[in-house]
Design a protein. Structure first.
Length: 396
């Protein structure tokens, strides 16, 4: 009893050391497929096989393969891959130059022993493009089980057949490019700004296709806008980029299309927006008011391209003639404000209103020239050449 307890403790310690070593690794094989080995009485172990460009037929610590301790004593469940005559691991990754793509076969050896169970069951769920075969290591005909998709096989006499040959057939073909996925760096850019548009070669299901030297011709919808180059060429990852300058008018909708022969792709809508507040637009109505009457002065916040900006800003007003409120606040919802200019009472008088940002005095704009005119006929003005004429004389 004491001996069995000590053996169990040693096994647990070995597994803990193995787990600690494994946790320090971060590399993931290009192809990694699980199978489960169990004895039907609580003993169970997941093994993994697969492919990687850097793998060898030996122990590859960089690909999560860690050396296992020797087999535990009889009565303790165990399952492993034998990599060679001296090394075993829970993971067996084999070399494939273009992994995850590979056509061909790889052979592995599984060894196992029951714990308190009496049979060994091997279960699998193979992905598309991968099939296999389980065979005894003696003749290959006593046990000869095809592995397709999901399934399992039970070894009823694991004391006799404690190892199996696992042959995996791969037909993992690279995806075929059928389209481009077009991705703008910003779907709501500032009008007149530059964005980066990326085209990625892809299959029907959206899997990226790595294929270089595809020449993409760019086109767009929407008014204005321009490309930094009319074409781009895909790199080794099947990706290409181009700079696109959006139209200077906010609210413009662009779609970007990339095309190579029959391969094409179109982006989602790119809708431009106003940029940062940069200047004032000042209008007046009417520009020829009747002397003494009002002209409405309207100020609109705008970006550098003349797009309306919706913010609340205090604007100061000064007029060369007439009277006007000294300041007013733009509406946060429209970015505009209107104030009344009461004009001079004389006709022919020119007025200019200057609007200035209360915080940044460098932002200022003059209104158009406002010139008063005479109003409607309303009275008579009578004059005499002299108010002290000689008696009997004539007045001019």
């Amino acid at each position: 009893m004491k001996k069995q307890f000590l053996l169990s403790v040693l096994l647990v310690l070995n597994l803990q050391i193995f787990a600690q070593n494994k946790s320090q690794l971060t590399a993931t094989p290009a192809v990694k497929i699980p199978i489960t080995v169990s004895d039907g009485a609580g003993g169970s172990q997941i093994l993994h096989f697969g492919l990687d460009k850097t793998a060898t037929d030996g122990l590859d610590a960089s690909l999560e393969e860690q050396a296992l301790p020797p087999l535990p004593p009889a009565g303790v469940f165990d399952a492993r891959f034998n990599l060679n005559a001296t090394e075993a691991s829970l993971i067996d990754i084999r070399h494939a130059l273009n992994a995850p793509y590979f056509t061909g076969s790889k052979v592995h050896e599984i060894q196992y022993q029951v714990g308190t169970g009496t049979t060994i069951t091997i279960s699998w769920n193979l992905p598309a493009g991968v099939t296999g075969k389980l065979q005894d290591v003696v003749l290959g005909t006593i046990i000869d089980v095809a592995m397709n998709s999901a399934g399992s096989y039970t070894v009823n006499n694991p004391g006799v057949f404690n190892k199996l040959k696992l042959t995996i057939e791969y037909k993992l073909l690279p995806p075929t490019a059928t389209k481009y996925i077009i991705t703008p760096s910003d779907l709501n850019p500032v009008a007149g700004s530059n964005i980066t548009v990326t085209a990625q070669l892809a299959s029907d299901n959206g899997t990226s296709v790595a294929e270089a030297e595809k020449i993409i011709t760019w086109s767009k919808t929407g008014t204005g806008g321009s490309f930094g180059s009319p074409t781009s060429t895909t790199d080794a990852n099947g990706k290409a980029t181009v700079q696109f300058t959006t139209h200077t008018v906010a609210g413009t909708i662009h779609k970007i299309t990339g095309t190579t022969g029959t391969l094409t792709g179109t982006s989602s809508d790119i809708t431009t927006k106003a940029g940062a507040y940069a200047k004032l637009k000042v209008t007046a109505a009417p520009l020829d008011p009747v002397a003494g009457e009002k002209s409405v002065i309207t100020v609109q916040l705008q970006d550098v391209n003349g797009n309306d900006v919706k913010e609340a800003k205090q604007i100061n007003f000064v007029s060369t003639k007439g009277t006007i409120a000294p300041n007013a606040m733009t509406d946060a919802g429209t970015g505009s404000v209107s104030v009344d200019l009461t004009t001079d009472t004389k006709s022919g008088i020119n007025h200019t209103v200057t609007a200035t940002d209360n915080v940044d005095n460098a932002i200022k704009t003059d209104s158009p020239l406002i010139t008063t005119k005479a109003g409607a006929y309303a009275k008579l003005k009578i004059t005499a050449s002299t108010v002290t004429p000689v008696a009997g004389g004539q007045l001019g």
